[in-house]
Design a protein. Structure first.
Length: 222
């Protein structure tokens, strides 16, 4: 192959699940593009301009008509990605910089960790507090694409984090937390209005709490 026809696969891809995040997704994409040209946004059933904003910012966009949840969206993004290493990012981040992304990828590319999990620090009190109470729910992570694709139930869970946590334990994966200073997210209550936000959050926690039951049911079925 001549150098002109050789399209090099980047080492790292960024996958961003986004559901109605038109206000923030563009900025997240622009920072992600400083790390790698392979930035994939997966929107499913967003009723706003999420897909357009992501595309305008330079991302590859998978735009699905039906809303199926963050887990299936992540899975579709991982399947589309080519790079062997993946950074997962939420689309509602505020204050993201390339320094945060470098901090996430460095320990995994260096072989120190199999998965880096980002936690907010000295951002806004409420989002920091939520993150500290539940760091295993963080959407900011770096890991190998092949391992992420192997996580059982990833494609079936609306919220994929418990499935990932379970697989981390089961596979004895070397993981660790990475602090992400001055990073925060838009809270659900701000995105959707107070009561809708509360309803959405309650549904998410119910989903998270019932993961074990679904997993066990599947174990029995297998
Ligand atoms: N594609 C897709 N992304 C989703 C869906 N639900 C949540 N997300 C994205 O997943 C990330 C985390 O969701 P969010 O509602 O902010 O949850 P929180 O950060 O735990 O409060 C954000 O980027 C959302 O846009 C969904 O149904 N489909
Ligand atoms: Mg969020």
């Amino acid at each position: 192959m001549s150098p002109e026809t050789m399209t090099e696969v980047p080492r790292v891809a960024v996958v961003i699940p986004a559901y109605n995040e038109q206000e923030t997704v563009g900025d997240v994409v622009r920072v992600a593009l400083q790390l790698t040209p392979e930035v994939i946004v997966v929107s499913d059933g967003s009723g706003d301009r999420t897909a357009e904003e992501a595309r305008a910012a330079g991302a590859q966009v998978i735009d699905q008509r039906e809303n199926t949840g963050k887990g299936p969206a992540l899975y579709a993004g991982l399947q589309a990605a080519q790079a062997p290493w993946i950074v997962l990012l939420d689309a509602d981040l505020v204050g993201l910089t390339i320094t945060h992304l470098d901090a996430l990828v460095k320990p995994v590319l260096g072989g120190e960790l199999d998965m880096a999990i980002g936690v907010f620090s000295d951002g806004r009190f409420m989002t920091d507090f939520g993150n500290r109470m539940t760091p295993h729910l963080s959407g900011q992570r770096a890991a190998r694409r092949a391992w992420l694709l192997s996580v059982p139930r990833l494609a079936q869970e609306r919220w994929p984090e418990p499935a990932i946590t379970y697989a981390l334990k089961n596979d004895r994966v070397k993981w660790g937390y990475v602090e992400l200073p001055r990073l925060s997210q838009v809270m659900k209550e701000e995105k959707r209005g107070f009561w809708k936000g509360v309803k959405y959050r309650t549904r998410m926690y119910l989903d998270l709490l019932t993961f074990r039951r679904r997993r066990k049911r599947q174990d029995v079925a297998d």
